[in-house]
Design a binder for this molecule. Structure first.
Ligand SMILES: C[S@@+](CC[C@H](N)C(=O)[O-])C[C@H]1O[C@@H](n2cnc3c(N)ncnc32)[C@H](O)[C@@H]1O
Length: 226
């Protein structure tokens, strides 16, 4: 499974999908990162970092801290490293979210954008993220593909790797089973206008795209008990 994900996302990296995902995810990702309130000495983990755009954004907020991006795709990690030369507080590693090579309590915050539903074992990944966060540490996870956002389901047939279509209640429950407390969910909305002449792409019709935008992205947050 991990090898299949690595190879598929290596193809995405080669096809230039790192920057296009950045364009698509950034308007909502920035809102989620703002809510994390990362201090200037924060130690942050970006899980499934892709081309590292969020890793760099968080590194700019933590100039006296350290931000680490991990991704299962070595070619995404290469792209992320190539774009991050000007940051001295950033590091990228090729790794699976289900097996993190970090010490207990190493991070104060963790973030993940549009990555969790690809994992074969989401609970295991959440337990790992919980383990590497310190007491009081915060995790914010954004997903666009979830049960309550019907138009997002049309992606499943087009993806070349399996995904898990979970409900908001499923995500909340997984967070709690993994040990997170103060679990909270909310929707975040992308304010970018949907083009009048949208002629397909991620959605079959402009109406689907509008419905997807109205449902919003799902943000689930949790804290490690102090
Ligand atoms: C849709 S992309 C999102 C990338 C980035 N977070 C963004 O917002 O642009 C999903 C990312 O998750 C990574 N990924 C998938 N399965 C993973 C796993 N088990 N462990 C770590 N990363 C994984 C992929 O390689 C890919 O870069």
């Amino acid at each position: 499974m991990s090898e299949r994900l690595r190879l598929e996302f290596n193809e995405w990296a080669k096809a230039g999908r790192g920057p296009s995902m950045e364009r698509g995810h950034r308007p909502v990702g920035e809102q989620a990162i703002r809510l994390l309130e990362i201090p200037d000495d924060g130690r942050v983990l970006d899980v499934g970092c892709g081309n590292g755009w969020a890793t760099r954004l968080m590194a700019a907020q933590a100039p006296h801290g350290r931000v680490v991006g991990i991704d299962i795709s070595d070619e995404m990690v290469d792209l992320a490293r190539e774009s991050s030369g000007s940051f001295s507080n950033v590091e990228f590693r090729e790794a699976s979210a289900e097996k993190l090579s970090f010490a207990e309590g190493e991070f104060t915050h963790a973030f993940s954008m549009e990555s969790l539903y690809y994992y074969g074992d989401i609970l295991r990944a959440l337990q790992e993220i919980h383990r590497v966060l310190k007491a009081g540490g915060q995790f914010a996870c954004v997903v666009d593909l979830y049960q309550e956002n019907s138009p997002s389901h049309q992606w499943i047939a087009d993806l070349k790797v399996p995904v898990q279509l979970l409900s908001i209640a499923d995500y909340r429950s997984l967070f709690e089973v993994a040990g997170f407390v103060k679990v909270h969910d909310q929707r975040l909305y992308d304010p970018t206008p949907v083009p009048e002449d949208y002629a397909g792409g991620s959605f079959k019709t402009r109406e689907d795209f509008l419905e997807y935008r109205a449902a919003g992205s799902l943000l689930v947050t949790g804290e490690v008990a102090a």
